[in-house]
Design a protein around this ligand. Structure first.
Ligand SMILES: [Zn+2]
Length: 385
């Protein structure tokens, strides 16, 4: 029995109503456990295996598994249960609102609409009564909006033969690659001294200015002309800057926080080498220049591998259900797909249309979620048999 729009609307609404904002982003916020408990209760009548894996600080992934009869490939549907905070919402973030084809609410698209799609797909598979050869997993994880500890934990414990990571993309856009990124501290050291002692003081902020200018020149001269055909230009922007102690003293230290991308085949080391090259350029002009780079967070890029069978099944269903072919797309932003692929699990990313992620007026397309369930159900039949 195909899923109905009413079922989809009701389930996403129930998930949106439960505050699962990420405590790593917004200290003191409730996290994912209440929504995980709701999902566990919802899945219980299906008779599938359901359990929760503690990841950190009492926060738990919600795992479900429909065991196959053996001899087929297994697949996981991955979506994340956490949301960002909602201080910027002037209207109620946790009260779902339906207008036309859109359901508005915090996390409706990112990523509760996709948690709902995964749950309804498993229900459809169970209710069909048809036995699959391979196991079907739900990996509904915590902390995608933070440090991705939920998907990391899943990939440490389990190893299915394929993964569909679900994030908003539009049904014809199958994501096969995305950029990695690093959060780097660029630290420039000076020498503190009395403001009237230029022969002693070394101005860390002045030297940092030279670095910042050259970073933007690197962005324009190197990243812009060599944009990845699917992932776009390598991400670069400055984020934070701190330096100096007071008006009257030469600043002894200046710290610049930047976000910088990596493309498939690269690691954050590539970016660090470029920044160290900038240091050498500045040192030619200012012999007393001294800088270093510290990596705060580093995530590798995603490029799907070994996913031919999954692509074949998924793209055929996208075409059948939507009437339009699936396109291979990339993204300049990072997602959990990289972690599944890095664990050796052939991975593709797909989701319903949606917009305004991490912002008020976030919405998900209800007809897309209905179609997504249909696409996933048949894709799994093809892939796991
Ligand atoms: Zn997301």
């Amino acid at each position: 029995m195909p899923v109905t729009r009413e079922e989809v609307t009701q389930l996403i609404s129930e998930l949106v109503k439960i505050d699962s904002s990420n405590p790593w982003l917004v200290p003191g916020s409730p996290g994912e456990n209440e929504v995980a408990d709701y999902i566990a209760r919802w899945l219980a009548p299906l008779g599938v295996k359901v359990w929760q894996d503690e990841v950190e600080d009492g926060r738990k992934n919600l795992i479900a598994m429909l065991p196959g009869s053996g001899g087929g490939k297994s697949l996981v549907l991955n979506a994340h249960m956490d949301t960002v905070g909602y201080e910027s919402w002037k209207i109620e973030a946790l009260v779902p609102r339906i207008e036309g084809d859109y359901l508005y609410g915090l996390g409706s698209s990112d990523d509760k609409g996709h948690c709902a799609a995964a749950m309804l797909t498993l229900k459809a598979l169970v209710q069909s009564g048809e036995h699959l050869k391979g196991d079907v997993w739900l990996g509904l994880v915590i902390d995608e909006e933070g440090t991705s500890s939920g998907s990391m934990d899943f990939c440490r414990r389990y190893h299915p033969d394929g993964a569909i990571v679900m994030e908003a993309s539009g049904l014809n856009n199958v994501c096969v690659t995305h950029q990695g990124f690093g959060w780097l501290d660029v630290i420039v050291y000076g020498r503190p001294a009395h403001g009237c002692a230029p022969e002693v003081g070394i101005d860390a902020i002045h030297h940092m200015g030279e670095v910042v200018t050259r970073l933007h020149q690197l962005d324009a001269a190197k990243y812009a002309p060599t944009a990845h055909p699917l992932n776009g230009k390598t991400v670069f922007h400055t984020g934070t800057i701190h330096g100096g102690t007071d008006y009257a003293t030469y600043p002894g230290k200046c710290v610049l926080g930047i976000e910088i991308g990596t493309q498939p085949g690269e690691t954050i080391k590539n970016r660090v080498v470029e920044i160290e090259d900038i240091f050498h350029q500045v040192k030619v002009i200012y012999h007393d220049f001294h800088g270093e780079v510290k990596i705060t967070l580093d995530r590798n890029p995603f490029e799907t591998k070994g996913s031919e069978a999954l692509w074949e099944a998924l793209s055929a269903e996208v075409l059948r259900v939507t009437g339009q072919p699936a396109r291979r797309v990339g993204e300049n932003s990072w997602g959990d797909a990289a972690l599944f692929q890095e664990a050796g699990i052939p991975t593709l990313e797909l989701g319903a249309a949606g917009a305004n992620f991490h912002a008020p007026q976030e919405w998900v397309s209800l007809p897309d979620v209905v179609k997504l369930v249909e696409i996933l159900e048949v894709t799994i039949r093809r892939f796991c048999n």
